[in-house]
Structure formats: structure tokens, C-alpha cells
Design a protein around this ligand. Structure first.
Ligand code: SUG
Length: 436
């Protein structure tokens, strides 16, 4: 194990929005995905919105990384379903058999890297390594096929065994959606964190709960977290039924702060007690339902903000524009700013294209906390600077489709364009043709 320094560096790895970004309404229980099913998407705008957000985070003085779009259309997945012949033949026969299959194979859902996996930083684990478990995303077919390519990227980015241990996805019977159902609260003055794994229980309001308790328990066990500092917490059925298909739609934590809607958890008081008992100085910032209803919280994605620690020690809430535009949300946030509490600054970002599929600022990022040595061991091709942003933007502006309507998903020219666009991007970032 390398020498450990005390300085914690948080890197947010955002998923670059892939060229196939579209609105196929694939996610049951995700209100935005259902509401926008059949709409015309704007992949180029979507991807540029994502890069603009990343640049904004870098301008705040934060470290930023990227994960690459997955290879789409996912012909391998269609072959596993029995479609044969050349790539174009397999796709064409799948489109004839059932256009929904091609929609699944065209999904750009890997952009939501909060679902790529769960990370326990080195300070939380028994062997002092940063453990990362690839999520299996097994509840939704279009997402379940992400795990293999996600694992490849994670193993490349975090390859150094002196600092990292990457675990493959859990067996599919154990639904695991990664860090979207995971939070850490850390004492303000250093010391051990508490890891909070949030899960659902069966079905709520006809919607599946995508994170199973058994999966969370397995991830914690594999990571070697301290059982006395590992909490298994149930999401409220009301939250799932209202459309909070992941916990990060109703709660987010950073440093010593837990920011949550009052109806996020089945037993909020027990969670708050457990956190404050373990984390000296923990701050619970709870939004009461009579100030912001669960419905408004989920519609605006207030809690899908990124809560980040600034270089000066203050905390910024990076909000989606939809939250900034809602009167109830803005009134509450204005009151929050007036309290001189731990959240000191608001930043509004426009990720509307992703939002229309239920993915806010926090869905788009995978957070990894490392020390300086481990940071230096990450494959630098996944880390951003302005020059890398320029290269990515140039490829997007040149090659990403401007619009995709539902009927376009069956167009062979679009399939070829999207394959080529991704290959250009991976090459621009220095990845070999079959490396990623
Ligand atoms: O899994 N949407 C994603 C949104 C994921 C948001 N992530 C977090 N909350 N962390 C999902 O439901 C929509 C795809 C479509 O409808 O075509 C979709 O997959």
C-alpha cells in the first residue's frame, strides 16, 4: 500500500452524452423518461450541455474526469437475442421484429455514471484500498447491458492495484444501481466516514425498487467497510411511488452534510440519529414537505444537485435549471442561503436534454475520493483539462447527430453515424480501437 496523505481529492467523472441519446421511454418508474417518450432528442446539444457543465465544475476549482459513451447500437446484445448476420442485418431484422429491441440497443443511458458503480474510498475499507463495484443495473434491460463496458472502463481508469480494487457486477438477481443509492457523511474535521446504502423493498406504487438490500449488503461486504459505520437504509415507498427510482433523486450528501427531503426515507429519524451518533458535527439539512412537496422535488430534481466542497472549504449546490425556475424551490433555497449554514453557494447548470430522461447533474457524475498518490495513478486519459474539453467538443460538434426522432432509431445511416462518432471520440482521447 502506498503512503497515504491526508488531503482528499474528489474527482467527478461525468458520462459524455453519447451520439444515440434519444427518448424511447424505456425506464418504468422514471417520470421524465415516460413523459418524454416519443419526443425528438438533440444529441449534439445534449453532449455540449454536458461538457459545459464539466467546464463549469473545473472553473469552480474542482477536479473533473469523464467516462466514454458505450458502443451503440449494441449489436452484441441483439445477437444474444438471436439476431444474426452482419451488424446492419442483425439490426434490420431486430427492427422488423420489434423496434423496442433496437431502442434498447441504441440507449445512451451510460451517460448517467452515478449508476456505473459504488465507490468506497480507501479510508473506509479494511485493506486501505479504494474499492469500486460495477453496478449490474439488472432491473431495466437497456441499462443491464451497460455493465460489461462500464467494467472495462473502470478497470482501465483504476488499474493500479496499489490503490484500487475493481469488482465485477453482482449476479443479476441482486439489483444494484451503484452510487445513486449510496451516500457518505464524513466528520468536518476528519475521521472515519459513515457509508449509507439506500434500498427499496419490492414494488411501490407499481414501480420496481431497483436497489435491493441484499445487493447493498454484498457490495459493503466486498468492499470491507466497517459494519459499525455502514448503514442499510430503506427508501420510503412514497418516494419510489412518486418517481424517485433512485435515492439521489431525493437526497444527497457531501462532507458532513446530509441534504434530504423529509419523505425520502422510510424512517428518517432513525437514519438521522444513526448518522449524528457516528459523525460528530454532522449537519442534517431536511426540506419539509410543506415547503417543497415530494412531487415538486422530483419534478425539479432539487436533490439531484451535486453538493461539492469548494477549494475554500465552503459547499456549493450545483442545481439543474429546472430547480432554479421553481418558485417553491427558489424560495426555500433563498432561506437556506440566509441561514449561514454549511451550504454557502448555489450554481445553476443547464442539462435539460439529460433531465428529460430523468438524469440531473448528480446522475451524470461518478464521484471518486482519492489522495494525491492514488490520483496520480488514475489513467490520465479519463481526466479533463481545457484542451481535452476542446477536443471532445470538436468531435461532438462535427459528428453527433443534431436530432433523433423515434422512427430514426431504425435508420441504417444513423447506426453507422453513431458508431463512427464514438470511434472518433475515443481516438481523440487517445484510446485504441479495441481498448474501450
Ligand atoms: O435509469 N433514464 C435513466 C436515468 C438515470 C438517472 N440516474 C440517477 N438517478 N442516478 C434511468 O432511468 C431513460 C432512457 C429512456 O427512456 O430511453 C433512462 O434510462
Amino acid at each position: 500500500m502506498g503512503r497515504r496523505s491526508d488531503v482528499v481529492i474528489e474527482i467527478n467523472f461525468d458520462g459524455i452524452v453519447g451520439p444515440t441519446h434519444n427518448y424511447a421511454g424505456l425506464s418504468v418508474g422514471n417520470r421524465a423518461s415516460a413523459a418524454n417518450a416519443g419526443a425528438v432528442s438533440a444529441p449534439r446539444v445534449a453532449a455540449l450541455q454536458g461538457i459545459a457543465k464539466m467546464r463549469r465544475m473545473m472553473a469552480l476549482g474542482l477536479r473533473q474526469g469523464v467516462f466514454l459513451p458505450h458502443d451503440r447500437p449494441n449489436t452484441g446484445w441483439l445477437r444474444a437475442l438471436g439476431f444474426v448476420g452482419s451488424e446492419q442485418e442483425a439490426l434490420a431484422s431486430a427492427w422488423m421484429a420489434d423496434p423496442a429491441l433496437v431502442a434498447n440497443a441504441m440507449s445512451a443511458s451510460a451517460m448517467w455514471t452515478a449508476n456505473a458503480g459504488t465507490v468506497s474510498p480507501a479510508s473506509d475499507t479494511s485493506d486501505g484500498l479504494c474499492h469500486i463495484s460495477v453496478a449490474n443495473l439488472s432491473t431495466m434491460p437497456h441499462r443491464a447491458s451497460e455493465a460489461a463496458q462500464t467494467e472495462r472502463q473502470l478497470r482501465l481508469a483504476f488499474a493500479d492495484p496499489r490503490y484500487f480494487r475493481v469488482h465485477g457486477p453482482l449476479p443479476s438477481a441482486f439489483g444494484d444501481e451503484g452510487a445513486a443509492n449510496f451516500m457518505r457523511v464524513v466528520p468536518a474535521n476528519g475521521g472515519a466516514a459513515v457509508e449509507i446504502f439506500v434500498h427499496g423493498d419490492g414494488h411501490a406504487g407499481g414501480f420496481p425498487s431497483r436497489q435491493h438490500r441484499t445487493a447493498s449488503e454484498a457490495v459493503a461486504r466486498r468492499h470491507g467497510t466497517d459494519p459499525s459505520r455502514t448503514l442499510m437504509v430503506r427508501q420510503s415507498d412514497a418516494a419510489i411511488a412518486a418517481g424517485a427510482f433512485h435515492n439521489d433523486v431525493v437526497a444527497v450528501a457531501n462532507g458532513h452534510v446530509l441534504f434530504a427531503h423529509a419523505q425520502a426515507f422510510a424512517d428518517p429519524a432513525a437514519l438521522y440519529d444513526a448518522v449524528t451518533a457516528r459523525v460528530p458535527g454532522a449537519a442534517i439539512v431536511e426540506v419539509p414537505a410543506d415547503r417543497i412537496s415530494l412531487d415538486t422535488a422530483i419534478r425539479t430534481y432539487l436533490f439531484n444537485s451535486q453538493l461539492v466542497t469548494m477549494p475554500d472549504g465552503g459547499m456549493t449546490l450545483v442545481l439543474p435549471a429546472e430547480a432554479g425556475e421553481n418558485a417553491d424551490v427558489w424560495a426555500w433555497l433563498s432561506d437556506l442561503m440566509a441561514t449561514n449554514g454549511p451550504i454557502t453557494r448555489l450554481e445553476v447548470v443547464d442539462v435539460r436534454e439529460s433531465m428529460r430522461n430523468g438524469g440531473g447533474p448528480a446522475c451524470l457524475r461518478f464521484r471518486v475520493q482519492v489522495d494525491a498518490d492514488a490520483c496520480a495513478a488514475i489513467d490520465p486519459r479519463f481526466l479533463l483539462d481545457d484542451a481535452a474539453c476542446d477536443r471532445i467538443e470538436a468531435v461532438i460538434a462535427r459528428e453527433w447527430p443534431e436530432a433523433i426522432a423515434p422512427g430514426d432509431l431504425g435508420n441504417p445511416d444513423l447506426w453507422a453515424q453513431c458508431k463512427h462518432a464514438r470511434t472518433s471520440l475515443t481516438a481523440a482521447l487517445g484510446f485504441g480501437p479495441d481498448e474501450i
